[in-house]
Design a protein around this ligand. Structure first.
Ligand SMILES: Nc1ncnc2c1ncn2[C@@H]1O[C@H](COP(=O)(O)OP(=O)(O)O)[C@@H](O)[C@H]1O
Ligand SMILES: [Mg+2]
Length: 534
């Protein structure tokens, strides 16, 4: 609001200045009045300083409040992303989401800065100048009015074009971010591919990006220029008609100069204002792109608290379908509490999907999954996830110390607990490092080997106090010896918990009470290792 006040002060002082021009010319220069000159000079200085005061208020306070809005927006977007239902991400490019959360927010901020700073000041200036002009000389003002249809036509035509291309620019930016993101995260592998092919893909993206920006700039300049041209015609008419009236003695020279300077300010303001209004048009597709994230389907937070598993996990006619493709079909099984269950089957047979259902990755499955007679979907998801520990092939490691990478599952874990967990996971590399648990691991754990990353993931489950432990090929990157050691630790540490182990090496499953055999999304056999002749 104060920044708005700044805009008003600025516009009002500017109108005052245009009025003074009349007196400067008529009273001072033509009548040669020295006393008037002294007075007017101070008046001009005063008004100019007042205008700057308004300018400073506006230029500082508006960006400041906008920065606060954007800060909150970023936080809200982050919330929406981490609470998003997984189904929202199926088939989506992650780079696109990242781009919406970065490039689009930045574009939004720029548009708003432009809007907030120029839009209000210029609106006030336009209104003030129109009054000034009408008051000064309404007949001259009528000439100016003839140019308005041109302003309207140019605004509509170029506005649509600019809207279209600014949307395309944002899409190109997203594509660029997406591609760069992919290449950088897989650089080791990318280096093995044909460089000319990757370069050609990149060049195509970059070229489109450039073309969209070029069109955007082109329509912007055409738009501004069309307004100027329209105003040249108006000004020519005014000088002609005004000149005739001066010659005939109807008006003073000062009034025409006053009028012209007010007119110049008006045209300049209209130009900036139209650009601002255009920015409103342009910002709508950007806002839509941001809104897409704000509207991502969210996981529900309500529901029953899951505490402990007392009796069993029961899948009843469970089917899971994504876009006409069955990941699981009619699965029926009961897993008693404390049982150690092995899960086997060919790649793509549905093993991971089967276990992922338990921690709420897929919510729109058919059939029921009961945890102690209560359907999974009635529980509060977070409470289930607190009680499920998972080691899978994808290990999430963020750019921080080993210690913090473990605290992510238990923020108040003591150093002793962390060391114990790492020992159980046979993460000896940490103790060999000079920084110990303060050792830094690169982004996505890039400074660690596959086996080392997996050990971090394994150490995490020892810090949790889970009811259900899921190992989805989570020891596959370990050597046979270490895998055996770690599995022993897991079996003994979680001896009374329910264990689900997806594995290819059958040796890992020797101690399982029960084996589930999947094929094409169906549970086709279940029994002991002996029963199934594995
Ligand atoms: N998010 C998904 N969207 C579509 N299809 C998927 C998705 N996740 C897995 N699939 C497909 O479902 C099938 C089963 O996958 P998965 O359960 O991961 O198999 P497994 O763990 O036994 O190798 C595979 O054909 C896989 O391509
Ligand atoms: Mg799998």
């Amino acid at each position: 609001m104060i920044s708005l006040l700044g805009s008003i002060i600025e516009a009002a002082s500017l109108s005052g200045l245009t009025f003074i021009i009349k007196d400067v010319i008529d009273k001072v220069f033509i009548e040669k009045d020295l006393e008037k000159l002294k007075l007017i000079v101070f008046l001009i200085l005063g008004l100019a300083l007042l205008k700057q005061f308004g300018f400073i208020l506006k230029e500082y306070l508006f960006p400041l409040s906008l920065a606060k809005v954007v800060k909150n927006l970023r936080e809200e977007i982050f919330h929406k992303i981490i609470n998003a239902d997984f189904s929202a991400f199926f088939g989506k490019k992650h780079g696109d989401i990242i781009s919406r959360a970065t490039n689009d927010i930045e574009a939004f901020r720029n548009s708003m800065i432009f809007l907030g700073i120029d839009f209000f000041t210029q609106s006030f200036t336009v209104v003030a100048m129109i009054f000034v002009l009408i008051y000064m000389d309404w007949k001259l003002f009528l000439i100016f009015l003839f140019a308005t249809p041109l302003f309207v036509v140019s605004f509509n035509y170029f506005g649509e074009k600019r809207k279209k291309y600014s949307k395309k620019v944002q899409e190109s930016a997203a594509e660029y971010t997406q591609f760069l993101n992919q290449v950088i995260s897989g650089l080791e592998t990318v280096k093995l591919f044909r460089k000319d092919f990757i370069l050609s893909v990149f060049r195509k993206i970059n070229e489109t990006f450039f073309k969209n920006q070029r069109k955007n700039a082109l329509y912007d300049v055409f738009f501004l220029s069309s307004i100027e041209i329209a105003s040249y015609f108006a000004a020519t008419g005014i000088i002609l008609y005004g000149g005739i009236r001066i010659i005939e003695g109807e008006i003073t020279t000062g009034s025409l100069f006053s009028f012209l300077s007010a007119l110049l300010i008006l045209v300049n303001s209209i130009q900036i204002l139209q650009r601002g209004l255009l920015q409103v048009k342009v910002v709508t597709p950007i806002i839509e792109r941001i809104q897409y994230i704000l509207n991502l389907p969210q996981e529900k937070e309500e529901g029953l608290e899951f505490q402990t598993l007392k009796n069993s996990i029961k899948y009843q006619n469970v089917s899971l379908k994504i876009e006409n493709h069955y990941l699981l079909k009619d699965v029926n099984v009961e897993i008693k509490r404390g049982l150690k269950v092995g899960i086997v089957g060919h790649t793509g047979s549905g093993k991971s999907s089967f276990v992922k259902l338990l921690y709420g990755i897929y919510r729109d499955y058919k059939g029921e999954i009961y945890l102690d007679e209560i359907e999974l979907r009635q529980y509060n998801l977070a409470s289930i996830r607190n009680k499920v520990a998972v080691i899978s092939q994808d290990v999430f490691i963020f750019n921080d110390t080993v210690e913090n990478n473990l605290k992510i599952v238990k923020p108040d874990a003591t150093e002793e607990e962390i060391v114990q967990a790492l020992k159980k996971a046979k993460a000896d590399f940490v103790f060999k490092h000079k920084d110990g648990i303060k050792m830094m691991v690169g982004e996505r754990g890039s400074s660690l080997s596959g086996g080392e990353r997996q050990r971090i993931a394994i150490a995490r489950i020892f810090l949790k106090n889970p009811e259900i432990v899921i190992i989805d090929e989570g020891t596959s990157a370990l050597d046979v010896e270490t895998e055996k050691y770690v599995m022993e630790e897991i079996y003994s540490h979680f001896s009374d918990k329910t264990l689900l182990i997806v594995a290819h090496r059958l040796k890992t499953l020797e101690r399982c009470d029960k084996i589930l055999f999947f094929e094409n999304g169906k549970l086709i056999k279940e029994g002991t290792v002996k029963d199934l002749n594995l």
